[in-house]
Design a protein around this ligand. Structure first.
Ligand SMILES: Cc1cc2nc3c(=O)[nH]c(=O)nc-3n(C[C@H](O)[C@H](O)[C@H](O)COP(=O)(O)O)c2cc1C
Ligand SMILES: Nc1ncnc2c1ncn2[C@@H]1O[C@H](COP(=O)(O)OP(=O)(O)O)[C@@H](O)[C@H]1O
Length: 316
C-alpha cells in the first residue's frame, strides 16, 4: 500500500481510483462496511484508495486533547487498511487552513485530482468549512464533475450506532470484549520493548515494557489476558500473556505503563516490536502490602488468564 501525505492539493493520480473517505479512527465494523462497499466498484486497472485526516479533526477544531490519542495511530491504521487490500492511503493534513476549505472547493479542486470512479462515505459524513457539506452536497458537487457517490448506512450494534467515541468509552471502562465486538477484532497496541526497573525478574515475573505507545487510547488501568506478537528480524512469534496497564501503586510508580508477562516465554525481548491484543479483563490494579503479596496475585492472574483463554493449567 502506498501512503501519501497530503498538505494542500494532492498530486494528480494517473490511475483511476475508488475512494472511501472518513476519519477511520479504529477501522471499526462501520468503517469496514464502507470499505466493503467501495470494494464492489473496483475493476481491473482501478485502485482501492482511502482518504483520512490527521491530526484528528476534532482535536484541531475543538482543542480536546483526548483526540491526540487514537484507537489506530498511523502505523496501526496503515497495517489494517493494507490487510483490507487498500492500494493507496491519502493522509490529508487537517490544519486550520485546510478546515477553511469550502465544501465545493474540496470536491472540485482536491478530490477532482484523484481520478475518481466512485466515492464511498458513511451517511453522517460532513466536510468543508464549518462542516457545512453533507452527503447530499457531496452527491451534487461530485456529479457536477462526473463522479458517483455511494452512501453507506451506519452499522448498529445492540441498537446503537457503532462509533469511535463509543469504543473509546468502552476502553476507558475496561470492556475489551465489547470493544472487540465493535472493532471486529481485538484492540491492539504495538510498542517497542524498553527497559523498566528490573523488578519483574526479581519477583519471578519478567514483564516486557511497551515503549512508544503514547498515541494510543489507553485502556482502563488493570490486568488483562492478552495475546502478543513479537516481531523479530527472523520472523513473528505468538504468545499468550498477562498484561498490566497502570501506575503500579505497589512500587509507587509515577508513570502509566503497559507491561506484559508472556506465559512460558524465556529470552530477551529488548528492542523488539511487540503487539498486544486485549482479550479479557482480569481485575483492577491494586496497591499490595509488598512484592510477596503482588507475586502471589500475579500467580493467580496467570491461572485466571489460562482459564479465560482455554489453556491447560500451568504445571508447577
Ligand atoms: C499480571 C500483572 C499484574 C500486576 N498487577 C499489579 C497490581 O495490581 N498493582 C501493582 O502495583 N503492580 C502490578 N503489576 C506491576 C508490577 O508492579 C511490575 O510488573 C513490577 O513492578 C515489575 O516492574 P518492572 O518491569 O519495571 O521491573 C502487575 C504486573 C503484572 C505482570
Ligand atoms: N516471560 C517473559 N515475559 C516478558 N519478558 C520476558 C520474559 N522472559 C524474559 N523476558 C525479558 O525480561 C525483560 C523484563 O524483565 P524485568 O525484570 O521486568 O525488566 P524490566 O524492568 O527492564 O522490564 C523483558 O523485556 C524481556 O526481555
Amino acid at each position: 500500500m502506498q501512503v501519501y501525505e497530503v498538505a494542500g492539493l494532492p498530486e494528480i493520480s494517473p490511475v483511476p481510483q475508488v475512494l472511501a473517505i472518513g476519519k477511520f479512527d479504529g477501522v471499526h465494523v462501520g468503517h469496514q462496511a464502507i470499505l466493503e462497499q467501495a470494494r464492489h466498484y473496483l475493476e481491473p486497472g482501478t485502485q482501492f484508495a482511502v482518504l483520512c485526516f490527521e491530526p484528528h479533526p476534532s482535536y484541531v477544531l475543538t482543542g480536546d486533547e483526548r483526540y491526540l490519542k487514537s484507537l489506530t495511530p498511523r502505523q496501526e491504521k496503515v497495517r489494517i487498511l493494507a490487510e483490507y487490500g487498500v492500494d493507496a492511503l491519502y493522509i490529508v493534513r487537517f490544519d486550520t487552513a485546510f478546515a477553511s476549505t469550502e465544501a465545493e472547493e474540496f470536491v472540485k479542486s482536491h478530490l477532482a485530482r484523484l481520478h475518481l470512479k466512485q466515492i464511498v462515505v458513511g451517511r453522517d459524513f460532513r466536510f468543508g468549512r464549518g462542516g457545512k457539506g453533507d452527503v447530499d452536497a457531496l452527491r451534487t458537487f461530485a456529479s457536477d464533475i462526473g463522479i458517483g457517490v455511494t452512501v453507506v448506512d451506519a452499522v448498529e450494534e445492540n441498537g446503537a450506532k457503532v462509533s469511535s467515541s463509543h469504543i473509546r468509552h468502552h476502553l476507558g471502562e475496561g470492556r475489551v470484549e465489547a470493544v472487540e465486538a465493535l472493532l471486529g477484532r481485538p484492540y491492539t497496541i504495538t510498542g517497542t520493548v524498553v527497559h523498566g526497573d528490573a523488578r519483574g525478574r526479581q519477583i519471578g515475573f519478567p514483564t516486557a515494557n511497551l515503549g512508544g505507545t503514547d498515541e494510543y487510547v489507553p485502556p482502563k488501568s488493570g490486568v488483562y489476558a492478552v495475546t502478543a506478537e513479537i516481531s523479530r528480524p527472523t520472523g513473528h512469534e505468538h504468545w499468550f500473556g498477562v498484561l498490566n496497564a497502570g501506575f503500579r501503586p505497589t512500587v509507587s510508580g509515577q508513570d502509566f505503563r503497559i507491561e506484559v508477562h508472556l506465559l512460558g516465554f524465556n529470552g530477551d525481548l529488548y528492542g523488539e516490536t511487540c503487539r498486544v491484543s486485549f482479550l479479557r479483563r482480569i481485575r483492577d490494579e491494586r496497591k499490595f502490602s509488598g512484592l510477596d503479596e503482588l507475586k502471589q496475585q500475579i500467580h493467580a492472574d496467570c491461572d485466571t488468564a489460562r482459564e479465560m483463554l482455554g489453556l491447560p493449567p500451568a504445571s508447577r
